[in-house]
Design a protein around this ligand. Structure first.
Ligand SMILES: *[C@@H]1O[C@H](CO)[C@@H](O)[C@H](O)[C@H]1NC(C)=O
Length: 229
């Protein structure tokens, strides 16, 4: 592995991975509490002291049942940033989003919706190189392309490009609707038999993991195209 100076990134991702594996040991009830914790604002949404912190799940029988949706009733009090840590299948991607402060704010905002197209951990681990490594930079700058302050900045920019290639700045997102990722590439999705496929890369959606107040988290079986444009 090439050496580089992204200590913060590694530390954060490491902590996240550790947290994710430890979460196996945490009884289900405490994980539920984490998932259901109400957002911080507005204060008026907070229950009075002594009242159960969990928000009631409203039923909405008019909503069509989506076989890919594990949680068909969006809970508008919960935001994407609140539930990412509990999504073990995508903990690596979740860690990346936390390393980019503008994205953290976005996922923590109730006024901006996003569809997170989060590749499953195994898809990121299987990449031929780390998401922040760019083969063009290795050929131009050699093996220490990610050392020093400038190397660290290069790695951060590359990681941002990777993450932004996996976020659509809108939710809900209708089938066939062509939208741009935050990275600027056009994407859409279509149903094929029982599967949802993100186009044009034909990446299958493993599941729609969560629908919350500011968007949805989809788990993808592979990464999307994140090469420099
Ligand atoms: C944002 O997402 C929520 C939850 O799905 C939805 O109710 C709301 O209409 C969306 N807002 C916009 C502007 O799309």
């Amino acid at each position: 592995m090439k050496s580089f100076h992204l200590a913060g990134l590694i530390a954060t991702s490491g902590i996240l991975l550790a947290t994710a594996s430890q979460a196996n040991l945490i009884p289900l009830i405490s994980r539920t509490n984490i998932q259901e914790s109400p957002k911080k604002n507005p204060a008026s949404a907070l229950p009075a002291p002594g009242i159960n912190q969990q928000q009631p799940i409203m039923s909405n029988n008019d909503r069509p049942v989506d076989p890919f949706n594990a949680d068909p009733t969006p809970n508008s009090n919960i935001l994407i940033a609140d539930i990412l840590a509990s999504q073990k299948a995508i903990s690596i991607f979740a860690g990346f989003t936390r390393d980019i402060s503008s994205l953290t704010s976005r996922l923590n905002s109730d006024s901006t919706n996003s569809t997170l197209l989060a590749p499953v951990n195994s898809a990121i681990s299987a990449l031929p190189r780390k998401p922040w490594e760019d083969p063009q930079e290795y050929s131009a700058l050699g093996s220490n392309a990610y050392e020093g302050q400038e190397g660290s900045e290069r790695a951060e920019a590359n990681l941002r490009r990777f993450v932004e290639a996996h976020i659509v700045g809108q939710s809900p997102w209708a089938e066939g609707e062509k939208l741009k990722t935050l990275g600027g590439r056009e994407v859409w999705w279509e149903r094929r038999k029982d599967a949802m496929i993100v186009m044009p890369g034909e990446v299958e959606v493993e599941k729609v993991a969560k629908k919350v107040g500011n968007g949805e988290v989809w788990v993808l079986k592979e990464v999307l195209d994140y090469a420099r444009k």
